[in-house]
Design a protein around this ligand. Sequence first.
Ligand SMILES: *[C@@H]1O[C@H](CO)[C@@H](O)[C@H](O)[C@H]1NC(C)=O
Ligand SMILES: [Zn+2]
Length: 326
Amino acid sequence: MGTLTILTILTTLRFLVPMLISCVNSSSTPRRPARLGTAACAQFREHHVFSYDLRSRLAPGQWSRCYKECNGPHQSPIDIRLNSVQCMESGEEESPIYVWYRRHHGYARGSFLNNGHSCAFSTHNGDVRTYGKVLRNVPGQEGADYVFSELHFHIGANGSRSGSEHRINGKGFRGEIHMVHWKKTEELRTYEKGSEATDGLVAIGIFFNVVRRCHTEADRLILKYVYHARRYEAVKDPAFANPSLLLPADGMFYTYKGSKTTPPCNTNIIWIVYNTPTTICHRSYRILMALQSAEIGHPFLRTFGNDRPIQSKGTNNVQANFLRCD
Ligand SMILES: *[C@@H]1O[C@H](CO)[C@@H](O)[C@H](O)[C@H]1NC(C)=O
Ligand SMILES: [Zn+2]
């Protein structure tokens, strides 16, 4: 998100992260972190500093000390409890609501950046008209265009079997792919504008398992691009991604209103979480685990993972597109 500005920010980040963690290492009671001053917080926010290390002052449970919304309602990820999932009205249609991309065969042009929390593909904003992929038929937003803008991966620590952020009936998967889209209207013509609006963002979550054979679009992206951006702050540019190829073929999904799973945890996001996992191969998975992170000393991403714990505050109204109301 906002990759171009992030790029300039990241150089400063390098100095701030050790600053952030150094207090922790010298503390004898790491689970009761020292106070965080407003000045320090302002700096962290400005440079988008946060951590997945549980001993850090900005561990996932502590993000709200500097990013207020992270402690608010409607936070993601959630555990989708099947007995409370609701049916979906699908209007005149006999069949469930499916989402689809315009320009099914088209690739979005962008670049991969290892931002220290993930290796993320972002589209080049200027290329939206020619290369942009537009998501259609989002539940409750029929007729609206959502421009594909970002893609990244989440995994757990040390090869965890449940490194996905979302869960279904308590069950996690090896990891999760996220694809972010912003709403395009006459007034909203950029990611920043779109993301400020109500229902301005759609995030798609796709679980993955790890298998022997490398053959999915996710494998292609990891082996061809992510591999070359393993180092913290490394960029692989240009890169081409086709999110249409990542959507599970059966099209079954859950949807609810939630938040970004990273600070600042803003809550105007329509989530679409697919029921059926895709796969990546062992080679791809090892590449994700070995990404250099933004944590102190830049350990591999696998040391702490990049999966935010389940957020249970407040209730979320989850619907499934494969459960019809009548
Ligand atoms: C993963 O393993 C490393 C090295 O053994 C350890 O330092 C780290 O705390 C582990 N992470 C978690 C979340 O258990
Ligand atoms: Zn994500």
